[in-house]
Ligand binder design. Sequence first.
Ligand code: SF4
Ligand code: SF4
Length: 115
Amino acid sequence: MGVRVNALTCTGCMACEMACGYHRDDAFALLSSCIVAYRTREKKDYFGVILKEEDSLVIARPEGMEIRKIGDAGGGGGDSSAKPMLLRESCDLCAGMDGGPMCARFCPVDAISVE
Ligand code: SF4
Ligand code: SF4
């Protein structure tokens, strides 16, 4: 079971990132979040999300989802913004939090599900 993101629905609002940072640090600490929204400069309205799991990075892009095993060659993620993800804590599905996974709860467009 894990967090999955439909990047076609995502608007890049970063609510998931803030919610996860709050779960991790009891504050809106973006650097503590294990889910990160990203966008590219090259393409307008192109949003995606990177999630750090125990053994992998889940990269959700509009063209599809990719799961990269941490440690694989080139497994740093979809772009340079993915590299700092390896240093972050892994998603624990908000274990112990009332109301379940915070990122899914606060995504305004229901782009996040737990499957
Ligand atoms: S389920 Fe919780 S720990 Fe996992 S990415 Fe979402 S907010 Fe972060
Ligand atoms: S909260 Fe939802 S819409 Fe906002 S960045 Fe995260 S996945 Fe995208």
